[in-house]
Design a protein around this ligand. Structure first.
Ligand code: IVH
Length: 701
């Protein structure tokens, strides 16, 4: 974009042209925000557009257009909602698509619990409502707070808006509820009401929503509760978060109680005795889908008994005791206009299908992933082909197949690039699979630290939401700063302010005094960063949020972690052994972590960054249990529970579960048939417990 003229320099013609452009652009951004719930620009950039529109209109009042953004109300919130930390994290569900996977889920639950085939095990099956989840907190029966899911740990405070939903009681009916009760469920908009609401929006010249889910999200997230109140929002209660005491023994009973306390509950919930009945319940709900009156995207199965749910617990972000059985993805056909190559943070070249835009399941799709060179070959997809695409929920759309492979005059097969599309055009190499050692599917740019595309991706990752999360520093700003060599590595972000005498950010295009000052403040706010976020930000291969959290609660301080990783360069060392024995760190991941710190480039980068920031130590997990912080190894056969349950239970109490015995091991739990591990532990003088003794020990927790 060329530099914009000062508003007082504009001629009336130029002003009229700009107002037309701004009306168009702002309307387009509103559509992305409302219909897709996926804004394409930052709030700051959006506000800037509106401010300019306003300034031009103030100078040329005669030119105000009938479709001017200033005439529309109910646009996106100018500032955010308050934040609410979830006392109990709001998790998501694992998905399956086939009957076979449903059977596997049921079998896995039985295995984990060591539940014999002939022992009854009940599951509930209920529709998976396609809305947005919300937690509503009651204290002594009165609604005190409501929050969206957010990232699962922190959500947005939407109390005032939720109070306007007709089937959310402001005071609970009946009795028997715990003093503190956070009821969770889905906020949604019924299909008929959705159609009427969109018709009204359209008649009023306001943007329409793409589907009921986006409409529900957009309606709940209105800063003005009066607007939320005017929208046909509804709520189904199906789960709970923090509670001051137990109130039911089964899922079914819990939900029935919600009903008695004044909530709407879903009347299609059924109880199933086995996988066959679960699959039958799914088929039934699928048949009823069209006539339910609200959108659903599958069926959720839950282990009915709450004591068993507690034993099963969670794996990273989803419960072991529940599973979503999703409906088949929706499909559509369109033409492939072009294949683009994107370069990821690790240099992987990913082909992306650029499609003629088409609506699939209520959302306009114009890109689909083609994954890699092999996938393009397998599909034999070529530019100009008509392709079948599908999308399921939030998953990136996929190309399923070519519909006209026998067409005359087809383009030549796609030649996968042999060089990175970046300006350096570095050779790209087909990488070996780290696990099998055979030719893998990924083609990677060999430019590593030199490749400007990779460097930009790494910086984008560094400031992303799970990492440093610096407000006002998004992809667009990173790209511009990188281009001008203002930020070329993470440390540069933290020296921006001191370089501003020369940089004069406030005078640059798209920036002003306020936005520059806001950015500096946002950066200062992140100068102290939790260890977990730093570990995510570094972008070490295979290290995502779950691993970063594990590493952070294991090593506790940057100093300790860094020293251990340097020591772990020696694969025979105790430090390396400790790393690989962490439950959740496999060999490939351990290698990636150790190699990251073996690379002098990374060491330099980290050193310069650490000179700018302060890393907050992690808080050791639950230290009130007798096994917290202890390294525990299980060996031999366990009788009371499966190995998986034993490990998960120990980890939940703050123990570190290791796979092999070393001098760092604190406790070995040995069942019948224990062999070499028991022998080694005895030699090392490590405390050894039977399964029974272990259970007695943790019963004190
Ligand atoms: S149970 C611990 N039950 O699906 C997880 N979730 O994909 C508790 N959802 O975040 C969730 N209908 O927003 C549950 N009957 C139902 C549901 C349901 C819809 C949503 C919920 C969740 C998402 C996971």
């Amino acid at each position: 974009m060329s530099a914009l003229k000062d508003v007082d320099q504009l001629s009336p013609d130029e002003a009229a042209q700009e107002l037309a452009r701004l009306a168009r652009e702002i309307a387009q951004h509103d559509r992305h925000y409302y219909e897709k719930d996926a804004p394409r620009i930052s709030d700051a950039a959006y506000d800037e557009l509106r401010r300019r529109n306003h300034a031009i209109e103030a100078r040329f009042p005669d030119l105000v257009r009938p479709d001017s953004p200033s005439k529309r109300v109910g646009t996106r919130p100018a500032e955010g909602f308050g934040k609410v930390a979830h006392a109990v994290p709001m998790l998501s569900l694992d998905n399956v698509f086939t009957d076979k996977e449903v059977r596997e889920f049921a079998a896995r639950v039985r295995r984990f619990l060591r539940w014999p085939e002939d022992k009854p095990l009940v599951f509930s099956a209920e529709p998976k409502i396609d809305g947005l989840s919300c937690g509503i907190r009651y204290e002594r029966g009165h609604l005190v707070q409501a929050a969206t899911r957010g990232d699962g740990r922190t959500g947005e405070d939407v109390t005032q808006n939720v109070r306007t939903i007709c089937d959310v009681p402001k005071a609970l009916k009946g009795d028997g509820w715990p003093d503190v009760l956070e009821v969770r469920g889905e906020v949604y908009i019924p299909t008929t009401e959705f159609a009427a609401m969109n018709a009204a929006q359209e008649a009023a010249g306001k943007p329409v929503y793409a589907n009921p889910r986006n409409a529900a999200a957009g309606s709940l997230r209105q800063l003005d509760p009066a607007i939320s109140a005017s929208r046909p929002l509804r709520f189904f209660a199906y789960a709970w978060g923090e509670i001051s005491g137990p109130f039911a023994q089964t899922q079914y009973e819990a939900v029935q109680k919600f009903g008695a306390w004044g909530f709407s509950i879903n009347d299609h919930m059924r109880r199933c005795q086995n996988a066959d009945e679960m699959i039958a319940a799914y088929a039934l709900i699928e048949r009823e889908r069209a006539t339910l009156g609200y959108d659903i995207d599958g069926v959720v199965y839950k282990v009915d008994r709450l004591d068993l749910q507690a034993r099963l617990g969670f794996v990273s972000r989803s419960p072991r005791w529940a599973m979503a059985h999703k409906f088949p993805p929706e499909q559509a056909s369109t033409t492939l206009e072009k294949i683009d190559i994107q370069v990821g943070r690790t240099g992987a070249l990913t082909p992306v299908a650029k499609l003629h835009p088409v609506t699939v399941g209520g959302v306009v799709v114009s890109n689909a992933s083609l994954h890699n060179a092999d996938e393009i070959k397998r599909l034999d997809v070529r530019v100009g082909d008509t392709v079948l695409i599908q999308r399921a929920g939030d998953v990136i759309p996929q190309v399923v197949k070519v519909l006209d492979p026998d067409r005359q005059g087809r383009a030549a097969p796609f030649a996968f690039p042999t060089h990175c599309p970046c300006p350096l055009s570095t050779p790209a190499v087909r990488e070996l699979d780290e696990k099998t050692g055979e030719a893998g599917v990924i083609t990677r740019c060999s430019g590593e630290f030199a490749c400007p595309f990779q460097r930009v991706r790494r910086l984008e990752h560094f400031v992303s939401r799970q990492a440093f999360d610096i407000e006002g520093l998004g992809k667009k700003q990173i790209a511009a700063f990188f281009e001008e060599k203002i930020i070329t590595e993470p440390a540069d972000i933290f020296t921006l302010k001191e370089r501003n005498d020369v940089l004069k950010l406030q005078t640059r295009e798209g920036w002003g005094e306020t936005s520059a000052a806001n950015l500096f403040a946002a950066i200062e706010e992140r100068r102290t960063i939790p260890l977990e976020r730093l570990l995510i930000a570094l972008g070490i291969r295979h290290v995502g949020q779950t691993t970063a959290r594990l590493l952070s609660t294991t090593y506790l301080s940057w100093q300790n972690f860094h020293t251990s990783m340097l020591a772990a360069q020696d694969r025979q060392s105790e430090a390396y052994n400790q790393l690989t024995s962490l439950d959740g760190v496999g060999d490939v991941m351990a290698e990636a972590i150790v190699q990251y710190f073996a690379e002098p480039h990374n060491e330099g980068l980290v050193e310069r960054l650490l000179a700018q920031i302060t890393v907050k130590d992690a808080i050791p997990p639950k230290n009130d249990s007798p096994v917290a912080g202890k390294t525990v190894v299980f060996t031999g056969k366990l009788v009371e529970m499966s190995r998986d349950e034993a490990k998960a239970g120990a980890a939940a109490l703050g123990a570190k579960v290791a796979g092999s015995v070393s001098s760092k091991t604190d406790i070995l739990v040995a069942g019948p048939g224990a062999g070499s591990k028991l022998k080694k532990a005895t030699e090392l003088g490590i405390k050894t417990l039977t399964e029974e003794e272990w259970l007695a020990l943790i019963a004190k927790a």
